[in-house]
Design a protein. Sequence first.
Length: 96
Amino acid sequence: MNKNNNDFKKYLSENLKNDEFKKHFDEYGKQLEIAYQILQLRKKRKMSQKKLAEKIGTTQSNIARMEAGQQNFTTNTLSKIATAFNCDLRVDFVKS
């Protein structure tokens, strides 16, 4: 398991203790997980929200909403973000 996954699990574990956070996570968990991954990648690459916005053709305020988990992601948007970070986008369907 990579470091980002471990960081997210720690972050999640701490924040799920907050009832309001847990309520939203139960409703929007995957969206929040993607948002957190985008935030972590951006910070790791020392890229501003404005610079990421420029790279994917959107506004800084849209990046802020994405990172806050307040925006649904299309595969097209996720693909642009992956390209901006020089990463591959992978979507897995796994049996729970």
